[in-house]
Design a protein around this ligand. Structure first.
Ligand code: GLN
Length: 478
């Protein structure tokens, strides 16, 4: 039998109800493995102390309600360090917030807590969620459990590594341009970026406000669906959330039309990654799904559009870290000195780069040339996707062009790092949901490494993503 910490949410929930183990056993087993492995993997910045009351309450609920107890009851979950839990440190892996304690709790945490979920700890990430390798964390490198010489992806690299190495049952992260899906791809787990507005962002540290979403990193597609449904919902504290009555359950066809934008896959994708992708599509075709060519010409500009809009929004959001309100506070001779010292010492190089970029593209001389143009191009991209969805149910690409890379390989070349996001940023720009599901492995240095296939669906069509994701999982069993 699988060890408790190796189980999925579905398996652990079943075992708890069958009395194979208690909530405390599950917590202890998972926390112990997390602690033991963390010296090497460094998925967690902090493992939380055992909360006896929460454990006892969850057990009582399972004992009295049995199958009626929420499926997340008693399940340990890891949380990315940009999501607030009142009274606990929330650092976003930045020196700016190293000692910052959250003064309120994020809605996603409240929702999981209401179902009886337990929180294991806060996971490492790229500083303020900027990056694709978790190397920009101010507190150390998270290693890829499949090859510890390699990155776990980012920015939710800690959540991905923790899930992949069974240092948790599941975890949550945030995705502004791929930060759930790309690390999921590189560590071999399932990552979902929900529809913009599906999940409340109250208590998520804002980066690109028109792009950010919270979502699950899980061992299976079933678990992804469970967590998504627990997180989703209208929240009065986040006016961008979609009202519940506007989120109908979709009927999903048993065979799907899968769109493939061949033209954008021609360049820059590793050969074996492309082979795995084609094999996965072939396997889906054998199951009765149809593969359709789609054209998304503006996709070629998605990365430049993203790297204008995202820094613009981040530079605006980050004005709040001024050394006056909270977080790091350094003092110089004048007020301007205070700002400069605080922001120079508190922010790492990637964050500073994005703030400068963002301030530049919004400056009065350049806003028309960059920011406004990017905005127009973004709407063309949305139209192209909407047109493509007239004839297909989902659009497939590899999640990332290559498997996990070595530490240092891209950290001195920002553009090489940005290219990691080439297939993921579109879903954030269009607000559409997208999922990454593991395909068969590829090899680097004789070691098998995971790689994901990404599916994008129309707004609020997560159910279609879960269906196609399960179909991919089934082809892996053949
Ligand atoms: N890697 C992307 C970036 O650096 C995505 C970040 C994210 O989704 N938070 O912007």
């Amino acid at each position: 039998m699988k060890k408790a910490n190796e189980m999925t949410i579905v398996e652990a929930a079943r075992a708890l109800r069958a009395r194979a183990f208690t909530v405390r056993d599950l917590w202890n087993a998972t926390r112990l493995v997390a602690k033991e492995k963390n010296d090497n993997i460094f998925a967690y910045l902090e493992l939380f102390d055992t909360d006896d009351t929460a454990i006892d309450d969850a057990q009582k609920r399972i004992d009295t309600e049995g199958d009626k107890a929420p499926i997340l009851c008693g399940i340990p979950i890891a949380v990315k360090d940009n999501i607030l839990i009142k009274g606990k440190t929330a650092s976003a892996s930045s020196k700016m917030l190293e000692n910052y304690k959250a003064s309120y709790t994020a809605t996603v945490i409240e929702k999981m807590r209401a179902e009886g979920a337990l929180f294991l700890g806060r996971t490492n990430m790229d500083e303020f969620a900027m990056g694709s390798s978790t190397e920009t964390s101010a507190f150390g490198k998270t290693k890829n459990p499949h090859d510890t010489n390699r990155v776990p992806g980012g920015s939710s690299g800690g959540s991905a590594a923790a899930t992949s190495a069974h240092m948790t049952i599941a975890s949550i992260g945030s995705d502004t341009g791929g930060s759930i899906r790309q690390p999921a791809s590189l560590t071999g787990v399932v990552g979902l970026k929900p529809t913009y507005g599906a999940v409340s962002r109250y208590g998520l540290m804002a980066m690109g406000s028109s792009l950010d979403q919270v979502g699950p990193l899980t061992k299976t597609v079933d678990d992804s669906e469970i967590l998504f449904k627990a997180l989703r919902g209208r929240d009065e504290k986040d006016p961008t959330t979609i009202p519940d009555d506007l989120y109908p359950k979709r009927e999903v066809n048993s065979t799907l039309r899968i769109g493939v934008p061949r033209a954008i896959l021609e360049k820059g994708v590793d050969e074996d990654v492309l082979n795995r992708f084609n094999e996965t599509l072939e396997a889906l075709k054998l199951k009765g799904h149809t593969i359709v060519d789609v054209s998304l010409p503006t996709n070629a500009y998605a990365l430049p559009i993203y790297y204008i809009i995202m820094p613009a929004e981040a530079s605006t959001n980050f004005a709040r870290y001024d050394g006056m309100r909270y977080g790091l506070s350094k003092h110089g001779k004048t007020l301007l000195d205070d700002y400069i010292k605080t922001r120079s010492e508190g922010f790492g190089p990637e964050v500073q780069r994005r703030i400068l970029l963002g301030a530049f593209v919004l400056s009065s001389g350049y806003i028309d040339a960059y920011y406004r143009k990017a905005h127009s191009a973004r709407s063309v991209l949305v139209d192209e996707f909407n047109n493509a969805f007239e004839k297909v149910d989902v659009i497939a690409t590899p999640t990332s062009p290559s498997p996990a890379f070595r530490f240092g390989e891209k950290s001195n070349d920002p553009v090489a790092m940005y290219i990691e996001d080439i297939f993921t940023v579109t879903a954030n720009l269009t607000g559409m949901p997208a999922i990454s599901v593991p395909m068969k492995m590829v090899k680097r240095d004789e070691k098998p490494l995971p790689i994901g296939i990404q599916f994008t669906a129309p707004h609020q069509a997560e159910d279609v993503l879960f269906a196609v994701g399960r179909a991919v999982e089934n082809t892996q069993l053949d």
